[in-house]
Design a protein around this ligand. Sequence first.
Ligand SMILES: *Cc1c(COP(=O)(O)O)cnc(C)c1O
Length: 398
Amino acid sequence: MKDTTARPWKPRTRAVHAGTRRSQYGEVSEALFLTQGFVYDTAEQAEARFIEAGEDEFIYARYGNPTVRMFEDRIAALEGTEDAFATASGMAAVNGALTSMLRAGDHVVSAKALFGSCLYILEEVLARFGVEVTFVDGTDLDQWKAAIRPDTRAVFFESISNPVLEVIDIAAVAKLAHAAGALVIVDNVFATPVFQDTIGLGADVVVYSATKHIDGQGRVLGGVICGSRAFIRDTVEPYLKHTGGSMSPFNAWVLLKSLETVDLRCRAQAATALTLARGLEGASGLRRVVYPGLPSHPQHALAMRQMELGGTVLALEVQGGRDAAFRMLNALEIITISNNLGDAKSIITHPATTTHQRLSDDQRAALGIGDGVLRLSVGLEDADDLLADLRQALAAAR
Ligand SMILES: *Cc1c(COP(=O)(O)O)cnc(C)c1O
């Protein structure tokens, strides 16, 4: 097996080749090692492996598996981190990154605009174990400055928030956090591994739901934590391998194939997202179109400084609140109603009644999630077809 992770390749080449470990059969495509366990030639070898497993030595699939390891090495190479740990879902990654490093008495500062399940971990789970979390408006640097204290162990935020697409200044927040000795953990789902060099901007740990753009074809759940070798192997791995949030080898195999096309897919989806945002902005029946790639976005300049493209998701606010929003959803012919995102199929959701239903009316109002807000994840269909579908549905909503 040949290690290909250390080569000076550009991201697109790394996404296709990095981490490949060929077996003695010399297969072209990555092998699927669908096995829970591994055999030892002798009792002495088993003992030695439990003391310290070498690079190509595995013990049990919850601890590690060759197919999962290929995925970890490939995504680490793409993200520019020393190492990565793959998890059963994006939430196992968010929970693992935070819970593995925190203990009672620690302090965390988090942006308040978060994916619903992330909010549950930061608001409810961590509090139950005695970790204090201060929530800030992630776009307001003064709030970060006031909240970060000498005992702050970590800051957490989504680089672009779900669903209203606020953009956080990663370099500025990282500078404040690092001055206090805090670790910067970024949930980078919306920026994807393609559009943004999150580590280069100052993040220490980057977390993905691989369920989203990395699979990008609606098949498997997965997650990954990318970071320094010390953080991944000394802090994250012991926690996850003993608590059971590891990735299945089958899912890792699917996601390895997905990484080969993630760059092409994300760029095509972002190009269509920009076409749709431009085509819909100012349309009658729409109160606003929120897309980081549009000059009308409040943080357009920051978004374009941090990211190559504006992303694959837009938020639309329909006039007429929930009723009009529902009429629009029900009139769509190509775009399907679902709460996933990053998929090859365009997907739309009404956050106030689905993904963000758990929040109080006040919390939703504070996050800009009005009853007329829709989140559109742009897929790989023809941009003209999608625009026509959105326009006819908008007309039907009035
Ligand atoms: C979907 C999502 C998650 C959770 O990922 P799963 O794979 O569904 O567990 C976490 N954070 C963000 C920003 C997401 O969009």
